[in-house]
Each structure stands twice: as C-alpha cells, then as structure tokens.
Design a protein around this ligand. Structure first.
Ligand code: AMP
Length: 505
C-alpha cells in the first residue's frame, strides 16, 4: 500500500533539481533536498517511537525545516498537530492534554516551560526547532539517514489535526484525512491553473490551513515553487514580486499593499494570480486593487474543517463581494438552520457542504461531530450565506454573529455594506449586544480615514432611509482599527465583550 498524501506531494514526475523553496537572499532548496529532509525527519520520528497514527504537536516558528518536518510526519504515517505560535503555556497544556502526542516540538526558548507541561500530560519526548532552523530535532535529523520508505497510509487515514480558533467554547481538533488534503490540493491546482512555471509568494503562517495546505500543498503537487518568507512585509513582497507569478493572502495583505506607493501596474505585471481568503475581502479593496494593478483578486472560501469549498473562476467574472462557485466535486447548499429546509436562489440561510474535502470529525468529540453533520453527510459550516441566480456563493457572516433584535434577524454584513459605502469610511463591524427590551441591540464600530470628518450622528442619519429601523445601529463608535487575529479575521467576540454593558440601565 502507498502513502496516499505523501505520494502525491512527492510526485516523482517533477524534476528533482527544480528549486522548489526559494529564499529572499536568492538561495534555494531543490525538490530533492526538500524530500531528503522529509526522510531524515521521518527517520527521527521513527527512532523516537512514533507509530502510524501517533500525534506529534508542533509549536514552532515558520521555516523550511518546519515544512520539512510536517511532510516528514506525513511520510512516517504520523498525525501532525500544528499549534499557533502565539499560544501561552497554559493553552499548550490544554492542547497536549487533548491530543496526547508522542512528541512535542517547540522553540528552544520555550523548552523549559513546556517540558513541565509535557511531563504533566505524560508526553515522553520534547525536542526543539527554532526560527533559524536549529534545535535538538534538527540536529537529530542531520545525523539521521536520508532514506526512508514512506509508511503505508490510506485515503481515510488522518494526516493532521488542526485546532479551530475556538472563539466560542473549547477549541476543537479537526481531523483531516490524507484524501481531504490530497483531493483539495489537486482540485486547486487545476482550478487555479498551477504549473511548474509558477512561483508563489508565501508569506502566510503555516500553523493554519491557508498557508499550510492551500499554499504549500498546491505548489508541491503542481511541481511549482514558492518564495518562502517568514512573515508578511509589504516592502519585501514588492521587492520580490518581479520574481513571482502568484500570491495567496488574507485581506489585510491586500489593504496593506494598497497603502504602499510601490504597488503599481508595473510592479505586478509579472503576476498572473492574486488569491484572497480566510476572511471577507471588502468589495472596495477588490475594486481599488483592480484599478491600481489591472488584476482582479480571486476570492475563495474555506475553513479549517473543510479545506477550500468555493472559488471565483480563474477565467470568467471574479465578482467582488462573492466567494464564487463550489469547487468541482464539492456541493454547497443553503438551508433553514432550524428546519433543514432547502432554500432557493438569493435566500439567506446556513451554508452546508459535502465533498472529499470535508474533515472526518472532531478529535475525541463524537457528539459534537454528530451534531455538526446532517444525516445525508452535509457539514453545517456555521456560515450564513446565499447563492445568487448565477450560482455565485455570498457569505453574509458567521451564524453566531447574526443579530436578533426585537425578534427580527439582522445580518451584520447588510448594515456594514451600507456604512462602508459612505465617503470617508474604511470599514466597519456591526455587532449585537444584550438589550433589555430587544434581546440584542445593534451597534456599529467604524474606522474612518484620517481626513474624514464623520461622526456617529452622521452615520446614523445616513442609514435612516436606507435600512429598516430594527437594523439601524443604536450606537456608532469611531475607532482607529478593528481588532483582528493573525488571519485577518475581525474578532467580533472582543467587540461584543467591550460593549456588553452598553444597554444596561
Ligand atoms: P478558519 O477555520 O480559521 O479558516 O476560518 C474559517 C472561516 O473563515 C469560515 O467559516 C468563514 O467564516 C471565514 N472565511 C474564510 N474565507 C472567507 C471569505 N473569503 N469570505 C468570508 N469569510 C471567509
């Protein structure tokens, strides 16, 4: 039997001498070097007693060694569990208690603190790997054999567990199978027309599905290459852009590049594709980007549990404010969240997804898993949206962000779109906070340009004849920035918390 995912990633029809990982200083690793390094890490894992199906938890900075280790884990038949580098020791204690890994890999600076947590959780091995690619695990890999026969793994075996960000309740481990990852990488390669000539600017973190699977796996299965950057830096991105053909980013990459005077038609003329996802891209950003560069950003929609579900077309209209069509082999439907009744064109409801991309369930949470799937196998995404007459999927927000005021549904996106259309407004977030009469009261938090002379009253007045009374914000706050996580998602839970006592007597 083969190793389902690794065999596809390591596709030997691509030349071994191709520079697959390029660094900003001009140096590179060939496919042969990368694959050899995965064999060394697989040997190390094997020698530490990691058996097929065993978990290994990684809390390490982005580097090519980290990438080689994750691929080495797949090669060794292990299940790798990448953890956000911002997590505290207390948070890591929860994750290793839950995942029960054979091995924890951390930054050398955290070894002492995390070893105690590992001891408590019964984790027998703690090794280190730093941002510079050095550490005890890298030393073991240096000394290990460069040959390793991939451990047999089937399509349904688990390759990785990614913990969801868990803004409500406990963080859940999404189990992703070899075929969840392989099928999605092959689909994206075809849909976005990746070829061995492509060079991807890779500036995303690699503990999250976007940088880890969408970016790395798509590049590797295509025989393409990536310029591997430790973080997003607009100056560096623009300097390297002439060497690249495509970029994948979260919306904040695009808004920050738009603030840079170096972003011009000329600077982007070598590029064929800009992809955005992980959070909504403002229609305004899409339009500004087209005007400045001549490129229409391709927006797609996915989540940790499902990989990528929909994408705007490579050829054809990339419609701003939509996330495009269901990808081939994937079905998306809109249903009434309470009754499960199927909705028609333009009706807003819960988005549900089915396909080879959809995960195998939450780690050790069978009841939670069962409650998030319908009897016919569709996964309930938690996102509210609609499908228009042309088949484009629109997302109107997370189900949990839906506001119910006086018994009426208020979709935050609808109110945000009206506010964002005002001159001088950069962006807004509309939330519901506890209200003694209405259950929830609508509140808007708005970012305006430095030169705008807008105040809360003008914004409320602007909405007066545009939105029904129950949708109009009772309070508007002007702020400098909206709170965002590293993937660019607005953290509405923080805003709700900040304003939770607003309507209290
Ligand atoms: P994560 O699991 O961290 O990737 O988050 C997944 C969630 O991000 C989805 O359920 C959506 O709410 C949101 N998301 C991802 N891509 C988009 C997009 N293009 N537009 C709007 N929301 C998105």
């Amino acid at each position: 039997m083969s190793n389902h995912l690794f065999d596809i990633i390591a596709d030997t029809s691509h030349p071994a001498t191709h520079n697959v990982v390029r660094f900003p200083d001009g140096s590179a690793w060939t496919r042969a070097q990368l694959l050899e390094r995965t064999a060394r890490y697989a040997n190390v894992l094997h020698s530490l007693g990691v058996k097929p199906g065993d978990r290994i938890c990684l809390q390490i900075e982005k580097s090519v060694e980290t990438m080689a280790l994750t691929l080495g884990a797949v090669r060794a038949g292990a299940v790798f569990v990448p953890l956000n580098t911002a997590y505290t020791t207390a948070e890591i204690s929860y994750f290793i208690g839950d995942a029960e890994p054979r091995l924890l890999v951390c930054d050398p600076s955290r070894r002492e603190a995390l070893s105690q947590a590992a001891d408590k959780a019964g984790v027998t091995h703690v090794e280190t790997l730093g941002a510079d690619g050095l550490g005890s695990l890298a030393s073991l890999a240096d000394a290990a054999s460069p040959d390793f026969a991939p451990v047999a793994r089937g399509a349904d075996d688990i390759a990785a567990i990614l913990y969801t960000s868990g803004t409500t309740g406990r963080s859940k481990g999404a189990m992703l199978s070899h075929d969840n990852l392989a099928s999605n990488a092959l689909t994206l390669k075809d849909y976005w027309q990746f070829t061995p000539q492509d060079v991807l600017l890779h500036a995303l973190p690699i503990y999250h599905t976007h940088g880890l699977f969408v970016a790395i796996n798509t590049v590797l299965v295509s025989g393409a290459s990536m310029i591997f950057l430790s973080k997003f830096d607009p100056d560096q991105i623009l300097r390297l852009m002439p060497q690249a053909t495509c970029m994948m980013g979260v919306p904040t990459f695009y808004t920050r590049l738009l603030q840079h005077e170096g972003l011009t038609r000329d600077a982007t003329k070598h590029m064929r594709l800009f992809v955005s996802g992980s959070a909504p891209l403002l229609a305004e950003t899409h339009r500004e980007w087209s005007a400045r560069t001549g490129h229409a950003i391709l927006e797609r929609y996915g989540m940790t549990e499902t990989n990528m579900n929909t994408s705007n077309p490579y050829e054809g209209d990339r419609v701003a404010g939509t996330v495009g069509f269901p990808l081939p082999g994937i079905t998306v439907r809109v249903v009434d969240p309470d009754t499960g009744k199927h909705f028609g064109v333009d009706e807003i409801g819960m988005l549900e997804v089915k396909g080879p991309n959809v995960f195998k369930g939450y780690w050790r949470m069978p009841e939670k898993t069962a409650s998030e799937f319908r009897a016919d196998g569709f996964f309930i995404t938690g996102d509210l949206g609609k499908i228009d007459a042309r088949g484009y999927v629109h997302i109107v927000g997370r189900g949990k962000d839906l506001i119910i005021s006086g018994g009426f549904n208020v979709y935050p996106k609808e109110v945000e779109t009206e506010i964002d259309s005002m001159d001088g407004v950069i962006e807004s977030a509309v939330i519901g906070v506890p209200h003694p009469d209405f259950g929830e009261g609508v509140v808007a938090v708005v970012v305006v340009t430095k030169t705008a002379k807008l105040d809360d009253k003008q914004i409320i007045a602007h909405l007066a004849d545009r939105l029904a009374k129950f949708k109009q914000p009772k309070f508007v706050f002007i702020v400098d920035d909206l709170p965002r996580n590293t993937m660019g998602k607005v953290q509405k839970n923080l805003l709700r918390d900040q304003h939770k006592d607003l309507f209290k007597a």
